[in-house]
Every structure is written in structure tokens, then in C-alpha cells.
Design a binder for this molecule. Structure first.
Ligand code: SAM
Length: 236
């Protein structure tokens, strides 16, 4: 009797999960076709972002929710994932690395474990974060030509892509690397989340557009894991 009840319960859970996923996909697809997004050939921007102050509040609301839920510990799984993504990067020995939109700082910790000097910026780094300082990737507090490498996986949270690209170019040393991890685009089967401001048809089209705007050369393109592509761009 117990095993029959368990089987019925598991079946019901499966049906509800599938229905939810289908509903969410349909809702996102409808939103995607609506005027909530404007589409360029290489990327799309949410039209409902509003003023910068509204954007900023939306972005920091995730960390506020994480603090309220007591979820401010870096996870060993994230660290392992970033170590995997970074171990073969073509960086100089003990490079200086700036991580944009690094939240709790798992990517910063990974660069440090690989022997580099690294620090992150985020609009809201959470409490007592020794790896990430408060900062905005549209207006970095660092000197011109001062770092060997800039890393981000968060350009889908941009307010103004041109400002970010100009800041990356300004702060990188000549010959420095801009390492961009980008999720798959909508033509590659990936849809964005509610705080994402920016998405793209394919990660490659997006990275190509970033390279063009910043006059970077794309030196490498890999797929480190299921939904992510990695681009190593170089400042001339
Ligand atoms: C999806 S999370 C990624 C966090 C981290 N890179 C990781 O992989 O764990 C996006 C992060 O971007 C941050 N963010 C959004 N807009 C930003 C901005 N203008 N400047 C700096 N950080 C920003 C958010 O606060 C959030 O922590």
C-alpha cells in the first residue's frame, strides 16, 4: 500500500513539474515576442528596464533576498566550476584579474587559487565579503591600463553595454585579456531570467559584437559546460 501511494505521489509530482516548465516556457516565449524586448541582430534588450535607479534596485534585490534567506556562503560546487573554466586560460604568471559582477566572489576565489591576484566588484557584494568590493561595471573605480585580465559572466545584467565595453577597454593593460562567459542564446535554446536585461540570438554573435565595439580580437572560443560558452578577447 505504502509503495503504491509513493508511486502515485511521485507520478503526480512529475506531472506538476512538467506542466510548470511548459507554462514557464510559453510565458517567456510570449514575453519575448511582445514589446517588452527590442531585438538587434546581435543582441536584445529589455525595454522595461526603466531608469538607472530602478535597474540598480532590481539588480541588488537578489542579494537582499539571499541575505534574508541566510544564503551568503560561497559554494564549493561554484568554486570547482570556476576552477575548471579558468585553469587553461592563457594568462601571464600571477596576473592581476578584475571580476565584474562577482556577487559572493567564487570566481575571484578561483583565480586566487590558480595563483593570480584577483578582486571583484558588484553592486551588492553582501556582508563581510573579502573577495568583492562595491562597484558598478559601468563606472569602474580602477586606473587606466591597470589590470592584465577582466572576467565576467554577467553581461546579461547590463544597463548600457557601450559604457561597460569602454570601461573594460580603459582599465585593461595593452595586450590584456577580457574573458567573457556567455550563456547560450535564444537560437541555442536558452531563455533569460527575470533580472536579465540583455540576451542574444547566439553567444558567438553577441561576443562578436562586443569585440567589435571594444576593438578586441577574439583569440579563443570554447564551450566549458552545457549552457555556457567562453570567449577570450584581447585588447590590441
Ligand atoms: C547572475 S549574478 C552572477 C554572480 C557571479 N558572477 C556568479 O557567477 O556567481 C549577476 C550579478 O551581477 C550583479 N550586477 C548587476 N548589475 C551590475 C552592475 N551594474 N555592476 C556590478 N554588478 C552588477 C548583481 O548584483 C549580481 O550579483
Amino acid at each position: 500500500m505504502k509503495s503504491i501511494l509513493r508511486a502515485v505521489y511521485n507520478r503526480a509530482r512529475g506531472v506538476i513539474k512538467t506542466a510548470r516548465a511548459n507554462w514557464s516556457t510559453r510565458r517567456r516565449a510570449a514575453e519575448w515576442r511582445s514589446d517588452a524586448w527590442e531585438h538587434d541582430p546581435a543582441y536584445s534588450r529589455r525595454t522595461t528596464i526603466g531608469e538607472y535607479s530602478t535597474y540598480r534596485q532590481t539588480q541588488i534585490s537578489k542579494m537582499e533576498a539571499m541575505i534574508a534567506a541566510g544564503q551568503t556562503q560561497r559554494s564549493p560546487r561554484d568554486l570547482a566550476l570556476f576552477l575548471d573554466r579558468f585553469e587553461n586560460l592563457p594568462l601571464p604568471h600571477a596576473a592581476s584579474v578584475l571580476c565584474l559582477a562577482a556577487r559572493l566572489g567564487s570566481e575571484v576565489e578561483a583565480f586566487i587559487k590558480l595563483g593570480h591576484f584577483a578582486v571583484g566588484v558588484d553592486l551588492h557584494p553582501g556582508p563581510a565579503n573579502s573577495f568583492v568590493v562595491t562597484g558598478d561595471f559601468h563606472a569602474l573605480q580602477f586606473a587606466d591600463g591597470s589590470v592584465d585580465c577582466i572576467y565576467t559572466n554577467s553581461l546579461d545584467h547590463a544597463y548600457d553595454l557601450d559604457k561597460i565595453v569602454a570601461e573594460v577597454r580603459r582599465v585593461l593593460k595593452p595586450g590584456g585579456f577580457f574573458v567573457l562567459d556567455a550563456v547560450d542564446g535564444y537560437e541555442e535554446g536558452f531563455m533569460v531570467g527575470p533580472r536579465d536585461t540583455t540576451h542574444w540570438p547566439t553567444a558567438q554573435a553577441f561576443a562578436g559584437m562586443i569585440a567589435e565595439r571594444g576593438s578586441f580580437a577574439i583569440e579563443r572560443h570554447t564551450r566549458p559546460d552545457q549552457h555556457w560558452q567562453q570567449f577570450v578577447l584581447r585588447k590590441s
